[in-house]
Structures are given as C-alpha cells and as structure tokens.
Design a protein around this ligand. Sequence first.
Ligand code: ATP
Ligand code: MG
Length: 278
Amino acid sequence: MPLICFASPKGGVGKTTLSANVADMLRRQGRTALALDLDPQNSLRLHFGVPVGDLSGFNAQLLRRPDWRSCLRQAASGTLLLPHGAMELRDALEYGVALERDPGLLATPVREMLADPRVVVVADMPPGPSQALAILMPMANLVVTVLQSEAISAAMLAEIEAGRFLGNGTMAALFAGRLQFVLNGVDMASRLSRTAAEAVARHLGSRLLGAVSRDDAFAEALTGQRLVADAAPGSRAAEDIRQLAQAITALLPANATMPPPAPPRAAMPWTAPEWGTH
Ligand SMILES: Nc1ncnc2c1ncn2[C@@H]1O[C@H](COP(=O)(O)OP(=O)(O)OP(=O)(O)O)[C@@H](O)[C@H]1O
Ligand SMILES: [Mg+2]
C-alpha cells in the first residue's frame, strides 16, 4: 500500500543506493517491498544482481502500455523489482511529452501496485524535478529527499525550506508533512561534512529522518551487485540503513503491517513472482 519516493534536488547524492538498500531492509523487516526504478539511468537493478546486459524493464516500455506485472522480477532475497529498462534518447523525449499529455500512463499502473495491501513500493526517482515525480507526489506517503552532507546542502537551505526544488507539488508535499529528508555521506572525521550536517539538521529539525555515514561498504556492495545488509552486515552502512528503514516505517500508516513474505525461491534469482489476485 504505501509509496515512498526517493528524490533529490541534485544528482549523484545516493538516491539509488538508499532506495535499493531501504527496500531490501523493509523486506528484512517483514514487508513485501517492490523497488520501482523511474530513472532512465536504469541502475537500480544493478543493486539487485540483474545482469548489466539485461536491459529490459517497465518504464522504458510505458508508451506501449505494458502490463507491469509481466515486467516484475524477484531478487533471490525476495525483494520485487521493476527495472526502468534501457531507453533511446528519441524515446526519452517522446516519453516526457506523452506523460505530460497523459499522466495516467504512469499513475494507473502505480495505483494498481499500491492497491495490494501487502506491498510497500520504494521508487527511485531521477535527480531534480521530473514529470514522473510530479505524477507520483500526490500518491506518495513519503517523499524522502536525499541531501549530501556538504557545503552546497547547507547553502541551499533557504531553497529547501521554500520547497521549490523538486518542481510541481513539492510545496504541497512539504506542508502535508510528506516531504522528509535524509543526509547522506556524513563523514564525522571531516570538519566540513560535520558542520554541513549540523547546519542541515538544525534547520530541518524533525523533518530530518536520519543520516547515513560515508562508508565504502556501499560501493563495495554495488561492485558485487549486492545490498549492504548482505555484503557487510556488521558495517556502519548496514546499521544506518536499518535505522533509516525504521524511521520510515514509523511514518507509514499503522495498517500497512504486512504478513510475512513468502520464502524466496533460492535457486532461481530472477523468476517472475506469482502476483496476488486483485
Ligand atoms: N553513504 C555513502 N557512502 C559512500 N558512498 C556512497 C554513499 N551513498 C552513495 N555512495 C556512492 O555514491 C555514488 C552515487 O550514488 P547513487 O548512484 O546512489 O546516487 P544517485 O543520487 O542515485 O545518483 P543519480 O542522481 O545520478 O541518480 C555511488 O558510487 C554510490 O556507491
Ligand atoms: Mg540514481
């Protein structure tokens, strides 16, 4: 039922890393997590072990109105995944125009995903404002905005406060309390990182869901196409993700508690799951 979007005013701040690892952690905490890639970079799949050469996906085919269930993958761990799929530049331009004309192209399948009360959808958004984010924002329980612990985040605080940075709907999400923040890449050994983190935390108060340390365990896990809780369960990274997933869960509706997921089908990492009847 709940929808959590990971967004950010600027690129390369850790949205994909955090959405993949939070989806995995929510699954470990007993939920049925669906990781949804809405970024044409098509990189969320890499965290779940989909081979680099496997370019198929849901969003890249959206103009042909695919049945999203037929694009679903299931990681060996049990997390469900809808990869974005590879897109030619011409298709990407056409896609933007089509979504503007007909938001239902994306809104309808996402609404269907959310109709299943067992499922928590975790969406990885492109950097900055996007048509996809404008469409999803009204449906989202939480828009988790990822900020890097660096000077630019501190410098942008006024913009962040004003809630203009993610485009249409951001202000409404901000005032509805659905816009929450995460500081990523906090390095307590760096004076700059520490000062920026303190400034952002002071400013955002309770809207700051948590902080994630700078930890090479994230990149190392990705190199092996794994999640940190698998690759480095005792790491700072895994602990920070655990706390972030808990903070997110605390903000979700109470009735979103899921029955335990079916055990993963171990030997076949990429079988399509049987999707519940609804
Ligand atoms: N807390 C962290 N500690 C160390 N490295 C990190 C951390 N978070 C992310 N990274 C690394 O930073 C790089 C960018 O992360 P990621 O791709 O998740 O960012 P993004 O916001 O999704 O980027 P884009 O805007 O291009 O989609 C990756 O190499 C990732 O491994
Ligand atoms: Mg990304």
